[in-house]
Design a protein around this ligand. Structure first.
Ligand code: SF4
Length: 388
């Protein structure tokens, strides 16, 4: 009985956006572009029996191509772009006396929590969209342009470690390309199931590549996978933009680590930048209280909801034993930093395809329209529920 029940259950495993993606890929009626979050490449191989934290960007790209996507792009590209915009936003806020501390805005669960429980602090959030949403908006504008396709025919898919990214892509304001910027979001586990269902032998795939231009990324983009990664990437770029000198050491280990709060003061030219990194939403409360009272003297605060950042997101391969879970998070994090160290470019502003994007496409109008957003009060008292 167990066998006869289990097999059909596997065959109908797909929920959420996965069936729709299968249909779109099979019909070939649309031009499909896919992006993968940084944390996917350090975990997906676990679904195929490889050791915890195996780093497999090449197999990931090859598997997506075999599934039939027309372009294999990358959220990491947009992570580099986020850093360019966010570093400039921070520099501007400091120079012009803007609202500080500035909080990162790339974790949608954190953004929603702030909108819901601390709407009076939304001005502290960076106005930059998350990398997923920046990429989606670019796919249907610049991406359509470089591929010579009608933006209405572009179907944009995101693979993420994060179940909350589905909610983010559904937000009504995320249509700045003139279309829904991200059509479908699936998790790392759901992608693994699609790959298995298609009969693709992931472990023996030859290494593939992400496509240019929107699949080229720096090591700074890839460390977004880990807690402290956004901060480290931003500091590498802010240092060089402000001082016009090379940063002496690219490995800013003082912002790296697991669950908790890390605080540092970084001297960048004449500025003493006070930063904090928060991993695990429960740890942010004291900083929010301090910001509300006006005595949080930080310039920049990274907040990630999951205990170790996106490597430990809810859509990642499940690791059942708590001790193995700790090992999995550590190894996935380590793989993200190894990927960074082995990257041709390690600073977002060195990404050559992103430099071209600024040169040929991102004027002030397109930047404001496609890369920035606004936030909404979702106070429960105003009729929002925890689920809206
Ligand atoms: Fe999603 Fe967790 Fe990453 Fe936040 S930290 S973006 S909730 S996976």
């Amino acid at each position: 009985l167990l066998t006869s029940v289990t097999e059909p259950m596997f065959a109908t495993y797909f929920t959420g956006n996965a069936p729709q993606i299968k249909n779109v890929l099979a019909s070939k009626a649309l031009f499909t572009m896919v992006q993968c979050s940084p944390a996917v490449r350090v975990a997906i191989a676990e679904e195929f029996g490889m050791p915890l934290g195996s780093l497999t960007p090449g197999k990931l790209a090859a598997a997506l191509r075999k599934l039939g996507f027309d372009r294999i792009y990358d959220t990491n590209f947009a992570a580099d772009l986020t850093i360019m915009e966010e570093a400039n936003e921070l520099i501007e806020r400091i120079a012009e006396g803007g609202v500080l501390p500035m909080f990162t805005s790339c974790c949608p669960a954190w953004v929603k929590y702030l909108e819901q429980d601390y709407p009076e602090l939304t001005a502290h959030l960076s106005a930059c969209k998350s990398p997923q949403q920046m990429a989606g908006a670019l796919f249907k504008t610049y991406g359509a342009q470089v591929n010579g396709v009608d933006p209405a025919k572009v179907y944009s898919v995101s693979v993420t470690p994060c179940t909350c990214k589905k909610f983010e892509s559904d937000r009504p304001e995320m249509k700045d390309s003139g279309y829904r910027d991200v059509d479908a979001v699936i998790t790392t586990r759901e992608l693994a199931q699609l790959i298995k269902d298609a009969g693709i032998d992931f472990n023996n795939l030859a290494e593939g590549d992400f496509d240019k231009p929107l699949g080229t990324y720096s090591g700074a983009g890839t460390i977004f996978a880990a807690s402290g990664g956004v901060m480290e990437a931003a500091l590498r770029t802010a240092y060089e933009l402000l001082t016009r000198q090379s940063i002496p050491d690219l490995n800013l280990s003082f912002v790296r680590g697991g669950e908790g709060v890390r605080i540092a003061t970084v001297k960048i030219g004449e500025v003493e930048l006070k930063v904090a990194v928060v991993a695990g939403l429960k740890n942010v409360a004291p900083l929010l209280a301090a910001s509300k009272a006006g005595w949080a003297d930080f310039h920049f605060i990274e907040v990630m909801t999951c205990p170790n950042g996106c490597v430990s997101g809810g859509g990642q391969p499940k690791v059942l034993l708590p001790c193995d879970r700790t090992t999995a998070y550590e190894r996935r994090t380590c793989s993200a930093y190894v990927h960074d160290e082995n990257s041709e470019y390690r600073k977002s502003h060195d990404n050559p395809e992103m430099q071209k994007l600024y040169e040929y496409f991102l004027d002030d109008y397109n930047s404001q329209r496609l890369l920035y957003t606004q936030y909404t009060s979702r106070k429960l008292a105003e009729g929002y529920s925890r689920c809206s």
